[in-house]
Every structure is written in structure tokens, then in C-alpha cells.
Design a protein around this ligand. Structure first.
Ligand code: RIB
Length: 303
């Protein structure tokens, strides 16, 4: 069984700010750091750190070698990543405020040159039962999902960021969806409580197991194993929430691939993302498995 993570690779320009810049305002940042990121790259790294061997597919521009170096150093197979002379690699302008919250502006760059021929060439390497993990930062996503489904792959969607293009996907082809409450509400139009949101998500994703993250309030699984709630893990200081969701997604999926129950997977993924928010940056904040295991067992003892 192989795991294909087909997604974005970005250079993240992270500006430390007092508050998010307002309309018409010019704001001096207090610091700038450049990190490897992109939801695709982050989730591949989280999966690999969580102990699953990953093949990453995506596209980089001439400035993207650092992104490959980082993935390869962690053990991710990057033989399916393609290079183009232009445009440049995707990038993200990230403002990170004193509370550790962020807002992100994306430039798609090379992530947006994924086309149908590329998708076909890459999917040829995969067979029924293999996993495909995707987010919404590359072009040709509806085609990729359709062809992977026809191939009998197990499709995991993290529908982030939400935009109109996402609605071109055939949601009945998704086997596992991992999303946050805001994304859930945007996808379903639900304005009600969590129970109603889950019900609406089941309608939109009729064949999928659903994992809904609720920030500090934890996470919920709904699917074959019933409805399971995991309390959130509190941390002393939130430094930067960037890639917390990516860390959760990678760790949750890794646990499930290993055959762990939904409850165990939620717990491990919550602990991994709790560690990630105590560190600056996207990919660099994703913890190693042994650290997550220790955090998880300490948490269980204290409960
Ligand atoms: O989820 C965090 C990621 O979103 C960042 O690394 C940034 O590149 C954007 O894709």
C-alpha cells in the first residue's frame, strides 16, 4: 500500500506583527522569517514524521529546491515532484500576531500549473487501495479526485482553503474529510450548532468518515465507529497556530493507516497539533513521533 500526498509546496514569509494590518494602514512588522510550507508539504511532513512513508507530488519553480531538500531530509519520496522554469514556486505572506493567530495571503505560483496530463502520469504509479491525500491549493483538483476514485484509491480531503472551485469536486468520491468548523459551515451553509453541522456534512459527503476540528474545544469523529469526541489539549503559550491543522491531518491519517481506532487517532492528532502551536513557523513546528507519544501518555495520566 502506498500513500500519495499530492499538494502545494510554498515558501512562507512570516511577518511578526502587533496586530493584523487594517484597510488603508501601513504597518511595520517586528520580524520576518522564511519557512518551508504549503498545506501539501506540511501534511506530507506530518505523515512522514508520524511514521508513514509518503510519496509527495506537486510542482515547484526555480526557487523551490529548498522545499524539496526539506521533504527529502525527512524521508519523503519526492521523485514525483515536477519542476518548471516559470512561474516561481507558490508562496504565502503570513502575518502572525502577539496571540499566535495568523492570517495568510497566498500566491499559487507553480502549484497552479498542475494539469490533467501530469495527474494521469502520476496516478499511473498507484493501484486500488492506495491512499491519496489532497488539500485545495493546486490546480486540476476535481480531475485528480475523479481519476483517483476511478482507480480505486482511498481519498482523503482537507478542503482548505475553501473557495468556489472546491464545489466542482464530486464530494461523494471522498472517503475521509478532515476540516475545521469554519470550513464545515462554509461548505454546508449551516448556521446551527455542531450536531446540525455534522448532520449537514453527512449529507454533503455521503460516503465519507468525518473529522471536525474545533480548536481549543477539541475534535469530533463521525463515521463507522460512531460519534466520538476528543477534548482539546490546552497549552501554556500559543506562539503560532500556522500548520496546526496540517499537523492534525497528517497525524490523524497516519494513525488510521496504522490501524488505530478513531478515538486513538483523534487523541494523537490533538496532541501533535497542540505541540505545533507552541512553535513558530509551519513545517518546522511539526513534532516528531516520539515527542507526540510522550505528550499523549502524559496527558492520559493527568486526565
Ligand atoms: O496551513 C498552513 C499553510 O497554509 C502555510 O504553510 C501556507 O503556505 C499555506 O499554504
Amino acid at each position: 500500500m502506498q500513500v500519495l500526498s499530492f499538494g502545494s509546496l510554498n515558501l512562507d514569509y512570516v511577518y511578526q506583527v502587533d496586530h493584523f494590518v487594517q484597510k488603508g494602514e501601513t504597518l511595520a512588522s517586528t520580524g520576518l522569517q522564511v519557512f518551508c510550507g504549503g498545506k501539501g508539504l506540511n501534511q506530507s511532513l506530518a505523515l512522514q514524521k508520524a511514521g508513514v512513508t509518503v510519496r509527495h507530488a506537486g510542482v515547484i519553480g526555480p526557487d523551490g529546491q529548498i522545499l524539496l531538500d526539506m521533504l527529502e531530509k525527512a524521508g519523503v519520496d519526492c521523485s514525483l515532484v515536477q519542476r518548471v522554469k516559470e512561474p516561481r514556486s507558490g508562496n504565502a505572506i503570513i502575518q502572525c500576531d502577539r496571540q499566535g493567530d495568523n492570517c495568510i495571503m497566498l500566491y499559487g505560483g507553480a502549484n497552479q500549473v498542475v494539469d490533467e496530463a501530469m495527474v494521469d502520469e502520476i496516478l499511473n504509479e498507484f493501484v486500488p487501495g492506495d491512499y491519496l491525500l489532497v488539500q485545495n491549493e493546486i490546480s486540476s483538483l476535481p480531475y485528480l479526485v475523479r481519476r483517483a476514485h476511478e482507480r480505486g484509491m482511498y481519498i482523503v480531503l482537507n478542503p482548505s482553503p475553501i473557495d468556489e472551485g472546491l464545489f466542482q469536486l464530486d464530494f461523494s468520491m471522498i472517503d475521509l474529510i478532515i476540516l475545521n468548523e469554519i470550513e464545515g459551515k462554509a461548505l454546508t451553509g449551516c448556521a446551527g450548532d455542531i450536531e446540525e453541522l455534522l448532520e449537514r456534512l453527512c449529507g454533503v459527503f455521503p460516503c465519507a468518515e468525518i473529522v471536525l476540528t474545533l480548536g481549543e474545544d477539541g475534535s469530533i469523529y463521525h463515521g463507522k465507529e460512531g460519534t466520538i469526541r476528543e477534548k482539546g489539549c490546552r497549552v501554556r503559550q500559543v506562539v503560532d497556530t500556522t500548520a496546526a491543522g496540517d499537523t492534525f491531518t497528517g497525524y490523524y491519517l497516519a494513525e488510521r493507516i496504522r490501524g488505530r481506532s478513531a478515538a486513538e487517532a483523534l487523541r494523537t492528532a490533538s496532541c501533535a497539533s497542540a505541540i505545533a502551536v507552541t512553535r513558530k513557523g509551519a513545517s518546522v513546528s511539526i513534532p516528531e513521533l516520539d515527542e507526540v507519544q510522550k505528550f499523549t501518555s502524559d496527558l492520559q495520566e493527568s486526565r
